[in-house]
Design a protein around this ligand. Sequence first.
Ligand SMILES: [Zn+2]
Length: 163
Amino acid sequence: MPDFLQTMADRVHSSRKESEAGLLQKPCGAIDLPPTSWAALMRGLLGRCPRCREARLFARFLKPVARCARCDQDWTHQQADDFPAYVSIFVTGHVMAPIVIGLTGIDGLSTLALVSIILPLTLILTVGLIQPAKGAIIALQWWFGMHGFKQERPDSIVDEGDP
Ligand SMILES: [Zn+2]
């Protein structure tokens, strides 16, 4: 079909097909490795694959995928264990402490009202932080080549935070 007869929808459809084909044919070397440990950590924090950023890191709430759907990274080496829970509790404690102190200073607030504010907030924070914490910890384990992960970094970039 000549170009001038193509509708806008046809052009969008054909360009989408081309970009999908390009994505599928992308060689393994084209994986967008994070330049720094901080970038890898942020990818894990957001629940994305720390290695390629394009696929999800978690299959379920706290269960990482066995292999990345995009870059085929094996995530079974991760050993976050209880550390995400410690991080989540630590951060929640530091966020909640000033809130609790502030609330207890308010006159006329009953114990029931205090508990009904503090308990749900604490639960939401603790549960909400545990998956990002686990993603970040897995990302750092991968970045530092711990527990059988292959240490991969862009050669030309030196991360100042690394030993
Ligand atoms: Zn990946």
